[in-house]
Design a protein around this ligand. Structure first.
Ligand code: BTN
Length: 263
């Protein structure tokens, strides 16, 4: 079946996440669209899906490569009753959902803090969560997920060809974007339900099982600041915990993490 709004709506009718789908042949960014929906008061679980983004955004003002007829670009609107300080938990939760779904297609799926899903060490998906706060609380969060599905390696921007991959390259054949999207929304729905009723702890356990940098020496770059240490895990708020080498722990809230070869 084709990848379009009707097909998605037929498979997601009645669900909390995806029960209302806005599908676009082309849009600037599903995150920007979903953010506007959030401001207008749209209900939790509304999703935007696009075949093609002309201004796909990555973290730290990077561009997210978003060609037509190839990948999944989606943003989910959520309204969790949580403090803005722990909103990173939502990104980690989404990473677990993506990892669950991709693991059904191939082995070697891991999570790299804070927002990358990788297959055999290469990035296949990025997650960009943006939120609107109301005082110290979250008013709404938009969780943008881009998964490289059927793009060929040669079509990846040259700068990313060595460090990124696509599901098709990993499994050896093209994959139904509709199936991936439906499975993703279903898994997200289950995990989000658990998060609302049981808190972050079960998600933290699941995330840790997929994590690929535990115990490794890494550096985290955020602007001009560089932090180094061995990865101990993530804490109850979703922050990364690094050992400071002197028996203490550093909490890292944001940045780009990479393994240090010769610390
Ligand atoms: C990153 O790894 O830097 C995050 C990439 C997030 C990309 C997705 S694609 C769907 C949604 N719309 C956007 O403009 N960005 C996110």
């Amino acid at each position: 079946m084709d990848f379009n709004g009707q097909a998605l709506a037929a498979r997601l009718a009645g669900k909390r996440i995806g029960g209302k789908v806005h599908f676009f042949e082309e849009i600037s960014s599903t995150n920007d669209f979903a953010y506007r929906l959030g401001v207008e008061g749209a209900p939790e679980g509304t999703v935007a899906v696009a075949d093609h983004q002309t201004k796909g955004k990555g973290r730290l003002n990077r561009v997210w490569q978003s060609p037509p007829k190839a990948n999944l670009y989606t943003t989910i609107l959520l309204r969790p009753a949580i403090e803005a300080a722990v909103a990173a938990q939502i990104t980690l939760l989404a990473g677990v959902a993506v990892a669950d779904v991709l693991s059904r297609y191939c082995p070697g799926v891991t999570l790299k803090w804070p927002n990358d899903v990788r297959i055999r060490g290469r990035k296949v998906c990025g997650i960009l969560t943006e939120m609107k706060a109301a005082g110290a609380r979250v008013d709404f969060a938009v969780v943008g997920i881009g998964i490289n599905i059927n793009m060929k390696r040669d079509d990846l921007d040259e700068a990313f060809r060595e460090i990124s991959t696509t599901l098709r390259e990993e499994v050896g054949h093209s994959v139904s974007r509709l199936d991936v999207a439906v499975a993703l929304f279903e898994d997200l729905d289950n995990l989000y339900g658990r998060y609302l009723s049981e808190g972050f702890e079960p998600i933290r356990t699941l995330w840790t099982a997929y994590a690929d940098i535990l115990g490794k020496p890494i550096q985290v770059v955020f602007g001009d600041e560089i932090q180094q240490g061995e990865v101990l895990g993530i804490d109850e708020s979703g922050a990364l915990l690094l050992s400071d080498g002197q028996g203490g722990t550093k909490r890292i809230l944001a940045g780009d993490a990479s393994v240090v070869k010769n610390p």
